[in-house]
Ligand binder design. Structure first.
Ligand code: ARG
Length: 429
């Protein structure tokens, strides 16, 4: 029988199986042990436990492989850890229950684990950013149509397109670093809801556990998952947008469009149609992004209906957080590889930009800049396009639009080079 259930009775098999988080806790087992070490160190400092007992506990914690705690028969990893200490050290092991609750300890472990995932997601975003800048430099002159409503719109360049992906990654990294500051707050010492009678120094406890700040209000600290919802929402927002790039790459890799030659490793073929080059990594990525959006929503939905204070519902929210991050970390790595190694068919893309009247807006604007009111110029160009006698600027000239951030190859090269400076000596190949 589990440690805590002993006093309440009941074999609890059905209940235990249904309510245990032990399998999910594999994600946070290492952090749970780290948090416990900080807690015991501070109990010793605060004179709340006999020093010798505390040091024995620390020695056992130091030798423990956190993965060994993931064993059936426990409500969660926190109970498994306390039970392990009591089995190893006798009643002395039970000192660890003083001045803490699973509620503040699980919140602390989730926050610490999440900080690692945030850092991993930022590194993965950096990979995409650098791959995008590298290829943007290579394809700065490579003219293609842009698409609005999936109709050929203005001409841009593939380099310009890639710098859009670059900027998304840069904004995502900024958003994550703001979120990071909110995650990096220690809930330790907040007890189950209203604090503890043990005179713990919460700032010191935070420092021992490796947090930058303290989540102050004990009810908020022990019960809030705002930090988790926020992190998942930031990632979900990025993924929803990333999916649009993925969708383009899938379409462009079809011979019907034929702009993008995906690396061989990213395609599979058919068991019956040997001509097929199916964009399978991108298809899986697109599907997993949809799942991750559902996970982000599940994380928020589980929380929103419970009153302010810990309920076991919160335990059920946590796994969704890890799924969102795992999808982002893996997906960004896949996409970085695609961007780095895919070949873009500039001739084909330029052909489309020239074949369709993609420079109609440039023609109308030039006319307007020459003194014709814009709407008149617009209708003149419209008529000429309709009659098939429009003389439109060449897309290669038109892309040199004089506004910052435009597809002007010089502008794209400048932005890509600036971006590459933080990418550790990468260059276009
Ligand atoms: N296993 C729980 C979780 O992951 C932590 C334990 C809180 N349990 C409790 N009965 N107060 O959120």
């Amino acid at each position: 029988m589990s440690l805590y259930r002993r006093w309440i009775g009941g074999s609890g098999d059905v209940v235990a199986g249904y309510t245990s988080s032990i399998a999910d806790d594999a994600e946070i087992a290492a952090e749970v042990v780290e948090v416990m070490k900080a807690h015991v160190k501070h109990l010793i400092e605060a004179g709340a436990v006999p020093r010798a007992d505390g040091e024995e506990i620390l020695a056992v914690l130091g030798q423990l492989n956190p993965a060994d705690l993931i064993r059936q028969g426990y409500e969660d990893v926190h109970e498994a850890l306390e039970d392990y200490l009591i089995k190893r050290l006798g009643p002395k092991g039970g000192w660890v229950g003083l001045g803490r609750s699973r509620n503040d300890h699980v919140a602390a472990a989730i926050r610490l684990r999440l900080l690692k995932h945030i850092d991993a997601a930022m590194r993965a975003a950096e990979e995409v950013k650098c791959a995008a800048a590298e290829r943007a430099l290579e394809y700065a002159d490579c003219v293609m149509p842009s698409f609005t409503h999936f109709q050929p719109a203005q001409p841009i360049t593939y380099g310009h397109y890639l710098m859009a992906l670059y900027e998304l990654m840069a904004d995502f990294a900024d958003a994550l670093s703001a979120v990071r500051g909110i995650v990096d707050k220690s809930p330790l010492g907040s007890g189950p809801a209203g604090g503890t009678a043990v005179p713990l120094n919460r700032r010191r406890l935070a420092e021992l556990a490796g947090f930058g700040e303290v989540a102050v209000n004990t009810l908020y600290a022990s019960s809030s998952r705002f930090f988790a919802g926020l992190a998942a929402s930031a990632v979900a927002s990025m993924l929803a947008e990333l999916s649009r790039f993925v969708d383009d790459f899938v379409a462009w890799s079809s011979p019907l469009i034929g702009y993008l030659q995906l690396p061989d490793e990213h395609v599979s073929t058919s068991s019956i149609m040997p001509h097929k080059r199916n964009p399978v990594t991108l298809e899986v990525l697109r599907a997993r992004i949809s799942e991750a959006l559902a996970d982000a929503l599940a994380l928020l939905a589980v929380q929103e209906k419970i009153g302010y204070g810990y309920s076991l519902d919160l335990q059920e929210a946590t796994r969704h957080l890890w799924r969102v991050f795992k999808t982002a970390e893996e997906g960004l790595a896949v996409l970085a590889d695609v961007v780095k190694r895919a070949r873009f068919n500039c001739e084909k893309a330029y052909g489309d930009a020239a074949r369709y009247p993609t420079t109609s807006s440039d023609a109308a604007e030039r006319m307007a800049l020459g003194g014709t009111p814009f709407r008149d110029a617009y209708f003149k160009v419209a008529e000429a396009v309709k009659a098939g006698r429009a003389e439109l600027p060449d897309p290669r000239e038109a892309v040199k639009r004089p506004v910052s951030g435009s597809p002007d190859p010089q502008e794209v090269r400048r932005a890509a080079e600036e971006g590459l400076r933080s990418c550790g000596g990468r260059r276009a190949s």
